[in-house]
Design a protein around this ligand. Structure first.
Ligand code: MCN
Ligand code: MOS
Length: 763
């Protein structure tokens, strides 16, 4: 089940860290050779489908299943009546669960679109037909449909998200110039190309699950807890993923249903979540509301920021989409106050979606900064540079590296910002109003311990083995590059095995933490393997290097030679043969030497307990960016097109600039969707997600996307990671929506404060 296809590669230097190698699994995905979770062939496979609730809150009174059970091919119908034999699982941090049963098909309905019933049949078509014969009767109770519901209330204050220094209220009142504005973002969804689903198969007390996963070990642990099994009895297989964007980091109710059904039936069960069901089977980005007040001197020096935000959560769990996540660190300000509330509504619990927190937070502060710039009649670039933060005012720590000034100035240069005329509606081409805007973004450097194996095989090939995940961001490729650099072996001689919880543990492919974390482990293991190989080559009785008198050897281009180039030159395979070795295997992890007990290792690979935030050491560590957007707005029709974007990033050293550029552009494209298209529409009568399909929930297509120019201004940051890189995967989306909103204001003179910016709001 592991993937070990030979990899295509460009010229040799492309394979080193910093080279522009193409994604090794790209051609497999494009040609259909990559097998996704729901595509594996099975004998005796049964198919499950879900029925979801059609009310926002209440109780299931009865489920009429007689006709469905009698329908052709039906094997089983599961309802809230059934005890599925599951127990509660601990959370991401491994907090021990409550000792009580877990019912993924609940009797109490908490939101519209919650899974209530499952039908299992010989074929998917039979299950779908039988499901149509089921009637669920509810006893409906009062509900809060969304944050805009009159009964929503002001929500709960999150004490841990209350941040402040100085006296913000007083400084704001005393400031000669101030602005205050309210911003809103709607519910947004991941809409990954590959919808969710899984195949589960039991073999005695061993459970194997094929499911797209951002974190094979963490998910295996949670499934194990549901089923009352030791972690090692559950195996998650997930070598290829069609995008996750934050939605595939934990097992979900439908997964529990499939696992329980497979056990009851004694057959493998496949459950494909339909596209509409994807919209409520897990949470997207919560709707947010925020009010920002800025006070400044007349020459634009910030005096105070007062920020009050709120986001939707569900009625059964607290998930804050932190509107105050970027506000405290983007600018220099002596007086600051931020609070965040969560407003419980009858929806599925929201979740992480690319750039969680930072994204809506940057939307608020970056729009507010431009509103202040217009009030001051000052260029918004100048205002940002004037208030440049020379250190992190929130933690009081110095930045490890922060090239946001360079991002702003080099981005402005590439964009041609100096040619801008400041007044709104002052740039046009006929009926087309042209506007320019800036949005800065940031994302923290997060790290987690990871574990990896390097194997040098007798035939001279090298294997890199890790349970970490590549969902499209490039893990396979950068790990081959890391091993190639250390071992001096071309990447086409390296096989990378990933995506299996039986393999060594790793950071989640989330929080933009994987690349920095797992390259650290692979680098460490490869360095140890290299040292072991050189040691053997210098000391083994059969080694041709034994009598060369060298005290070290060089490894380049797949060959081993004395460092000064004299004496023999052997390929890796020939040296292994001379040494009589089939394999050199080295395993290394990045846990501290004093934290290597079995329990600590389990905790490190299967929970978030050992994850390190951006200010845990002596520095404050973040990636940074500045987006420059040009929009063209049709004066008569109000249509907005992004016609050009230049974005400059500081993500430290880039392991593979080609993949990084692709990550940044992917984030920017999602940001363009967020600015202009994406919006979950909730029926105020019943809390249903109305546009729960890709026809009605709009995401950008190629026709919506102009040429995107991305620039790296980063320098290696060895505080942030072993190889000097900072996080890349999420920062690209952060700051895009405000850059576009600011450009729309510049074009039209209209400030649209609630996303998305659609034409009816502009007319
Ligand atoms: N990289 C690099 N140099 C660096 C850092 C990263 O070359 N200094 C490149 C590598 O190709 C690496 C990639 O960027 O594989 C992403 O690295 P990193 O920023 O560490 O992010 P993760 O590997 O942890 O990936 C998760 C991140 C997140 S949190 C979301 S959300 C997201 C994203 O990646 N979802 C994605 N990018 C995605 N890309 C695809 N195709 N699909 C998704 O679902
Ligand atoms: Mo990314 S939203 O942290 O998976």
């Amino acid at each position: 089940m592991t993937i070990m296809e030979p990899r295509k590669h460009g010229d040799a230097s492309d394979g080193m860290v910093g080279g522009r190698m193409s994604r090794f699994e790209g051609s497999l995905k494009i040609t259909g050779a990559a097998t996704y979770a729901l595509e594996y062939p099975f004998d005796n496979l049964a198919h499950a489908v879900l029925l979801q609730s059609t009310i926002a809150a209440g109780r299931v009174v009865s489920v009429e299943t007689t006709a469905a059970r009698a329908a052709p091919g039906v094997l089983m119908v599961l309802t809230p009546e059934d005890d599925l034999g599951l127990k509660m699982a601990g959370d991401w941090f491994g907090t021990p669960p409550e000792d009580k049963p877990y019912q993924p098909l609940p009797r109490e309905v908490q939101f519209n679109g919650q899974s209530i019933v499952a039908v299992v049949a010989e074929t998917r078509e039979q299950a779908v037909e039988a499901a149509k014969l089921i009637t669920i009767t509810y006893d409906e109770t009062a509900s809060v449909k969304s944050i805009d519901d009159p009964n929503a209330g002001e929500g709960k204050l999150m004490d841990n998200l209350t941040v402040g220094w100085g006296d913000a209220e007083a400084a704001l009142a005393a400031a000669p110039v101030s602005i205050e504005a309210e911003y809103a973002t709607p519910r947004e969804y991941h809409v990954a190309m590959e919808p969710h689903g899984l195949t589960a198969e039991w073999n005695g007390s061993e459970l194997t699950i094929w499911e797209p996963s951002q974190w094979s070990h963490g998910m295996a642990r949670m499934y194990a807890e549901w089923c009352g099994l030791p972690n090692e009895n559950v195996r998650i297989i997930s070598p290829f993923i069609g995008g996750g964007f934050g939605s595939k980091g934990q097992p979900l109710a439908y997964g529990a249903v499939a696992v329980a059904a497979a056990k009851r039936l004694g057959r493998p069960v496949r459950l494909a979540v339909t596209r509409p069901q994807n919209f409520t089977s897990y949470g997207g980005r919560a709707a947010t509301r925020q009010k920002i007040a800025l006070g400044a001197t007349r020459d634009g020096i910030l005096q105070a920021i007062v920020h009050r935000g709120a986001s939707e959560t569900s009625i059964y769990a607290d998930y804050p989409e932190q509107t105050g996540a970027a506000t405290p660190i983007l600018y220099k300000v002596e007086n600051f106050s931020s609070q965040h509330r969560i407003v419980p509504v009858n929806s599925v619990t929201p979740g992480a979606l690319r750039g969680p927190g930072k994204n809506p937070s940057a939307y608020g502060i970056e729009c507010a900064m431009e509103e202040l710039a217009y009030k001051l009649d000052m260029d918004p670039l100048e205002l940002r540079l004037k208030n440049y933060a020379d250190h992190d005012y929130q933690s009081g720590k110095p930045w490890s590296t922060r090239r946001l000034r360079e991002a702003l100035t080099e981005g402005a240069e590439a964009f041609g910002w100096s040619r801008r005329s400041h007044a709104p509606r002052s740039m046009r081409k006929g009926k087309q109003l042209i506007g320019w805007g800036i949005g800065c973004g940031t994302f923290p450097v997060i790290r987690a311990p990871s574990d990896a194996i390097i194997r040098i095989l007798g035939n001279g090939r090298v294997e890199v083995v890790s349970g970490s995940i590549d969902m499209g961001q490039g893990t396979y490729t950068i790990l081959a590059q890391t091993a190639s650099e250390v071992l001096g072996v071309p990447t086409d001689q390296i096989d990378v095995k990933l995506g299996d919880s039986r393999l060594p543990g790793s950071a989640i492919a989330g929080g933009s933490m994987l690349a920095g974390s797992i390259t650290g482990a692979v680098h460490k293991a490869a360095t140890a393997a290299r040292d072991e190989l050189i040691g053997l080559a210098l000391s083994d009785a059969n080694s041709p290097f034994r009598d060369t008198g060298s005290n070290t050897l060089s490894l380049t281009g797949g060959r081993i030679e004395a460092a000064r180039g004299e004496g023999p030159s052997l390929s890796l395979g020939d040296l292994m043969a001379a040494l009589g070795r089939d394999e050199i295997e080295v395993r290394r992890n990045t846990l501290p030497a004093g934290a290597q007990s079995a329990q600590e290792q389990q905790q490190a690979w299967t929970t978030m307990a050992k994850v390190q935030g951006p200010t845990m050491g002596d520095y404050s560590m973040h990636s940074w960016c500045a987006h420059f957007a040009e929009v063209v707005v049709d004066e008569d029709f109000g249509t907005v097109r992004v016609s050009r974007m230049v974005s400059a990033f500081d993500c430290g050293r880039l392991y593979n600039p080609k993949l990084v550029e692709s990550q940044w552009k992917g984030g920017i494209i999602m940001g363009i969707g967020q600015a202009l298209l994406e919006e979950g529409l909730i029926d105020p009568r019943n809390g249903r997600t109305v546009n729960n399909n890709v026809g009605d929930y709009l995401v950008p297509t190629n026709a919506d996307i102009p040429d995107l120019q991305v620039i790296s201004v980063g320098v290696p940051d060895y505080e942030a990671s072993v190889l000097g890189g900072k996080g890349v995967g999420e920062v690209g989306i952060v700051g895009v929506a405000p850059a576009i909103a600011n450009a729309v204001f510049h074009a039209t003179g209209k400030r649209i404060r609630d996303l998305p910016i659609t034409l009816e709001k502009l007319l």
